[in-house]
Design a protein around this ligand. Structure first.
Ligand code: F6R
Length: 589
């Protein structure tokens, strides 16, 4: 989602800002801009589209600046709505949503102030300018403006009177400050600014930061100074490379075996004993997550139930956060998130905490907000995922969650199957999955596509369908194979490709009924399976995966589905790495 970068120091700000924005490109955005202060005047360059389009801004003179990549929420993606927004002597960038923007805008308009954009964010520039006019202090003005906002924000503010100062505020949207030699950088995300020799500080909700050249000061919600310690983080954040692949998505799919290997929790892991104790006490599990992480939660629920006999419920975090859930005694909430910054997942975890329930986070990004909120944290070790559509992080979440299920089983004197063979099987699966490229012509231009399965295969079908629609922009649905006959078959005809996932042997006959039902209506059926079965000649093409433990099969069966989405997206002329309307980290509701 939106990204923020800021610089105050001795170097030229513009190249630093452009480099930082380029490092944030993976988050997904539709316009970008930078503003640099020089001799008391802001120079602003904004463009619809990619950060590359800002190249002309590289030579802007000035040692103080802020930059932004915008993912449109209020107002179309266009130059006018791109950030930074300038009002009088104030220039701001904002991530998040100002929920009461209309009312605040009306207040400003009563004062005779004119707006230049349709965004909710611009109102922040007006509020700060108004308060600064009254108080003459930028920190106090930003603080006063924030008292009026409802919603979520990470804000960086410059004032044309102050040649080295940026003031930052944060509420439910991430913001960090990095200090180097006689310079400070701010960003919404560590990779934008981390570098050897720089110290990184994480700003908390309600805190303010004031940056002046190489000096940073932090303040709490009442503007009392707070001291902070830098966090440990990987300083080597060079722009990620595709390593010979055409797209990051292809590279990241190829990294699934390592993601499975590194994300499984073993006895020698530091937190093994602590997690064991937590799971010993756990009698009920809620898994809260969004999108792909929700699907990994669905797979994990089956494993918790089957191996540990712990009842588990999986909830969309966006729904859970507004529920009044009943937490049985000794409940545990597992919040799953690649980014650890998803607003809905954070809110769901906060709700659980407010009810006195322990939260275990399963997160891929170090220092993410969710890790600080949770009582316990398991880092999936997928490595950085650059393509916006999640691939290897799904399997990494599965490896961590299946490990937790196995640990919970052990805590109850039960035994879950070993995960050890999965990485090697994933390598084999990657090789055979190339065959799905030949299926592409049946999918390009389809009016609708179905992905069906039962049990764990249904979970895989859901994730396959999500991947397919988010990067091909073709309508698709993941459906339980047994439910088609209850109405949805009406949508299936000779133009409907149906992908059937069938690894669950004990349900094979039942799933094959669905194959017969859809092929009787002329549909082209594509089978993803790991055993040979009699399909009665009703299958157009299939891919045979290596066998694996039934409960773990989504870790493999999703691989050809990810590949199918990728090849169809390419055939449709889409950029699979940067799908439209999808952000890597969804920091707004
Ligand atoms: C799918 C995708 C999204 C995310 C969802 C949750 O490819 O990228 O559906 O899975 O926005 O994101 P995290 O896992 O960061 O909480």
């Amino acid at each position: 989602m939106c990204g923020i970068v800021g610089y105050s120091g001795k170097a030229d700000a513009a190249p630093v800002l452009l480099e930082g924005l380029a490092r944030l490109e993976y988050r997904g955005y539709d316009s970008a801009g930078i503003a640099v202060l020089n001799c008391g005047a802001f120079s602003v360059v904004k463009r619809k589209g990619r950060v590359d389009a800002l190249a002309e801004a590289r030579s802007l003179p000035g040692h103080l600046g802020i930059g932004h990549t915008r993912w449109a929420t209020h107002g179309a993606p266009c130059e006018r709505n791109a950030h930074p927004h300038v009002y009088r002597n104030i220039c701001i960038v904002h991530n998040g949503i100002v929920e009461n923007a209309r009312a605040l805008r009306a207040e400003c308009e009563v004062r005779g102030e004119a707006f230049a954009s349709e965004t909710d964010s611009e109102v922040i520039a007006h509020l700060v300018a108004f308060s600064y006019g009254q108080r003459g202090d930028l920190l106090a003005a930003v603080h006063a403006a924030c008292q009026k906002l409802r919603g979520s924000w990470a804000i960086a503010v410059m004032c044309s009177d102050l040649p080295a100062r940026i003031v930052c505020a944060r509420m439910r949207s991430p913001l960090i400050v990095a200090t180097g030699k006689e310079e400070c950088l701010i960003a919404s995300d560590v990779p934008a600014v981390a570098a050897p020799g720089r110290l990184v500080y994480v700003q908390e909700d309600g805190e303010y930061a004031q940056v002046d050249g190489g000096h940073v000061a932090f303040y709490d919600a009442a503007l009392r100074p707070v001291s902070k310690r830098p966090v440990a983080c990987d300083p080597h954040t060079d722009l990620p490379q595709k390593g010979g692949f055409t797209h990051f998505m292809a590279k990241e799919m190829s990294e699934v075996p390592q993601a499975l290997l590194h994300s499984a929790i073993g006895e020698d892991d530091r937190q093994y004993l602590q997690l064991f104790k937590v799971l010993c006490q756990t009698q009920y599990i809620y898994i809260v997550a969004c999108g792909t992480a929700y699907h990994s939660g669905l797979c994990a629920k089956l494993a918790f139930e089957e191996f540990a006999r712990i009842p588990a419920e999986v909830c969309f975090a966006s729904e859970f956060r507004y529920r009044t859930p009943i937490f049985p005694k000794n409940s545990l909430v597992i919040a799953v998130s690649q980014s650890g910054e998803t607003a809905d997942t954070l809110a769901a975890a906060s709700l659980a905490k407010a009810c006195g329930i322990r939260v275990l986070a399963v997160v891929n990004v170090p220092h993410a907000s969710l890790t600080r909120l949770a009582d316990h944290c398991v880092y999936t070790d997928a490595g950085r995922e650059v393509a916006v559509a999640a691939t290897k992080s799904f399997q990494a979440q599965l490896a961590s969650l299946y490990s937790l299920a196995a640990l919970a089983a052990k805590a109850r004197g039960r035994q879950a199957p070993s995960l050890a063979g999965l990485p090697a099987l994933a390598r084999e699966t990657l090789a055979v999955s190339q065959a799905v490229r030949a299926w592409t012509p049946y999918f390009v231009g389809a009016r609708s596509v179905f992905f069906v399965g039962r049990g764990a295969d249904y979970c895989a079908a859901l994730e396959g369908s999500l991947k397919f629609k988010e990067i091909t922009y073709l309508p698709s649905e993941g459906y339980p194979a047994g439910e088609l006959k209850h109405g949805t078959l009406a949508l299936v005809d000779a133009s409907t490709p149906v992908v059937v996932v069938l690894t669950c042997r004990r349900l094979a006959e039942k799933t094959l009924n669905a194959v017969h039902e859809v092929s009787a209506r002329g549909a082209n059926v594509f089978l993803v399976t790991n055993f040979s079965c009699d399909t009665g000649g009703n299958v157009r093409a299939g891919v045979l995966l290596p066998r694996c433990e039934e409960a773990y099969s989504p870790a493999l069966s999703v691989i050809p589905l990810q590949a199918l989405a990728y090849y169809v997206a390419l055939a449709c002329g889409n950029d699979p790495d940067k799908p439209r309307n999808l952000a890597k980290s969804v920091t707004v509701e």
